[in-house]
Design a protein. Structure first.
Length: 148
């Protein structure tokens, strides 16, 4: 896809970095998505209806995955310990490609969503869903940043 990404970046202050790393690496699989798992499952059901992979709901959490392994309907693209960085790529049916990233810089958690729209319908989809995405991803980032 040779299109410019649409970026959504959210920054959350941190108190205890090790707790935040632990919380982040525990996401997905048997743990779920911290209060919004039901929304992800609905999205997964829609994805399945459209011929996608759906919400696979495996047993492993993010911290147990190797590069290239699946986490629900995401795939782990990259993970580094120092500086802390994680990138997931969505495998659901979308009019484009989306990546979800987290990194820790100093006392901040930076959560970034990059969407590479496939033409005009990709942009219509993204901007139409933007209010819901902002709410869901803000809640997710806020929950992770609290740790524990």
């Amino acid at each position: 896809m040779n299109t410019k990404p649409i970026l959504e970046e959210m920054i959350f202050p941190l108190k205890d970095i090790s707790q935040v790393q632990y919380k982040l690496l525990g996401i997905g699989g048997r743990t779920g998505w911290y209060g919004s798992t039901w929304l992800w499952k609905i999205r997964g059901g829609l994805d399945k209806l459209l011929g996608g992979v759906g919400f696979r709901g495996g047993d492993k959490t993010l911290g147990e995955l190797q590069k290239g392994e699946v986490l629900d309907f995401w795939r782990l693209k990259e993970r580094k310990e120092q500086p802390f960085y994680v990138q997931l790529e969505a495998e659901m049916k979308l009019p484009g490609k989306v990546c979800l990233e987290w990194k820790i810089e100093g006392n901040k958690l930076i959560q970034r969503i990059q969407f590479y729209p496939a033409g005009i319908w990709g942009k219509v989809y993204w901007y139409g869903m933007q209010p819901a995405h902002r709410l869901i991803f803000w809640h997710l980032g806020q929950t992770i940043a609290k740790g524990k």
